[in-house]
Design a protein around this ligand. Structure first.
Ligand SMILES: CC(C)(COP(=O)(O)OP(=O)(O)OC[C@H]1O[C@@H](n2cnc3c(N)ncnc32)[C@H](O)[C@@H]1OP(=O)(O)O)[C@@H](O)C(=O)NCCC(=O)NCCS
Length: 143
């Protein structure tokens, strides 16, 4: 598909204000997140920016040691351009990226997009009882 949608991984491609606005007002996982927290997360992640005719319409970032482990976070496509395969193109770019090959574990959390990630061999954890987390879902609301 080449309708003007491209994926870039350089930091300069990221529209930090757009990502912050979407995450803080539209996401179900990071409502109220401060802009400087988003900027720090972007600076320390491998970011995948989906551009449509030069304007950012999609985003995902990967937190990784680029050797053994990675975590996929903050995946979104702007509402007005959903259903055109852009999330699929974004995920294709993530999972073929040369720095993200041969990892022992790749993780993510999702409320309802399991089908999107199942295409890339993601499953529910085989041994959920072995996983632990320290989770503060309301951390941005209470700040
Ligand atoms: C999920 C999301 C990124 C999909 O973007 P999109 O560009 O519409 O996705 P695509 O057009 O590439 O299609 C994705 C495929 O995954 C499927 N899918 C699975 N879960 C989905 C979900 N929650 N929302 C949309 N599509 C979903 C679609 O049905 C589609 O399958 P199809 O090609 O067989 O029809 C987008 O709906 C979004 O930004 N949602 C809000 C944020 C979100 O939930 N992000 C994921 C957090 S883990």
């Amino acid at each position: 598909m080449s309708d003007g949608f491209v994926v870039r991984t350089d930091r300069e491609a990221v529209d930090v204000d757009l990502v912050h606005h979407w995450l803080s007002t539209e996401s179900y996982w990071a409502a109220g997140i401060p802009r400087d927290t988003v900027a720090r997360a972007i600076a320390n992640s491998l970011c995948f920016t989906g551009l449509l005719d030069g304007r950012q319409v999609a985003f995902a970032r990967v937190i990784s040691d680029f050797a053994t482990f990675a975590y996929l976070a903050d995946v979104f496509v702007l509402d007005e351009v959903r259903g055109r395969g852009y999330a699929t193109q974004l995920m294709d770019a993530v999972f073929v990226h040369s720095d993200l090959q041969g990892l022992r574990r790749f993780m993510l959390a999702t409320r309802d997009a399991h089908a999107l990630y199942a295409r890339y061999d993601f499953t529910s954890p085989a041994k959920p009882a072995s996983l632990m987390e320290r989770y503060a879902p309301d951390i941005y609301r209470s700040a």
